[in-house]
Design a protein around this ligand. Structure first.
Ligand code: 5GP
Length: 190
């Protein structure tokens, strides 16, 4: 289990391009360490099949998002594709002060902002075994339009170029093996 300083919990930044398998690996990681809490982000994109408001994301209109931003309720945010994504500030502050370790599943621009605000954040980048496999996974998901897949692929290439901004790198060849490597990184970060 990730040991926390008495002052509060640690932030864990978990990134990786769309199709790297973050949504498969992260639940296994969370189940493996009860000190971890996943932050639920705001987004202006529409829910995918099976996604639940308040669990996967808080789904907002652009106006609702911009109002929260103006009110200082967003810790970091990014525009990704045609949508806004942001981390709720109050929920993260409250969880950290309860001593919980908070996992942010965010993209590279938001991660850079978090590193500036919280230099002791643990940063982990999940990699696909190859670009071909990443594209196959994005297509197999079958929820996104061709336009959206093309956008995600071009963002993925840019994100892969920025992987060295992260302290730790994990290749997702197998979800359980990758999750075990993430848990070891968190354990060793004590
Ligand atoms: P998706 O639409 O696939 O759920 O998410 C698209 C990208 O946005 C992913 O890389 C995801 O990690 C990132 N993302 C989700 N929530 C946030 C957030 O609150 N802030 C930032 N900066 N990125 C986020």
């Amino acid at each position: 289990m990730l040991e926390t300083a008495t002052a509060g919990g640690r932030l864990v930044v978990f990134s990786g391009p769309s199709g790297s398998g973050k949504d498969t690996v992260l639940p296994i990681v969370l189940a493996g360490d009860p000190s971890l809490r996943k932050s639920v982000s705001f987004t202006t994109r529409t829910p995918r099949m099976g996604e639940v408001d308040g669990v996967d994301y808080f789904f907002l209109t652009p106006k609702e998002f911009l109002d929260k931003l103006a009110a200082g309720q967003v810790l970091e945010y990014a525009e990704y594709g045609d949508h806004y994504y942001g981390t709720p500030k109050d929920a993260v502050d409250a969880a950290l002060s309860r001593g919980e370790n908070v996992v942010l599943k965010i993209e590279v621009q938001g991660a850079a902002r978090i590193r500036a605000l919280y230099p002791d954040a643990i940063t982990i980048f999940l990699l696909p075994p190859s670009m071909e496999i990443l594209e196959q996974r994005l297509r197999a998901r079958d929820t996104d339009s061709e336009y959206e897949i093309a956008t995600r692929l071009s963002i993925a290439r840019e994100e892969l170029r920025r992987q060295n901004e992260y302290r730790h790198h994990v290749v997702n060849d197998d979800a359980h093996a990758a999750a075990a490597r993430v848990l070891k990184i968190l354990h060793d970060a004590r």
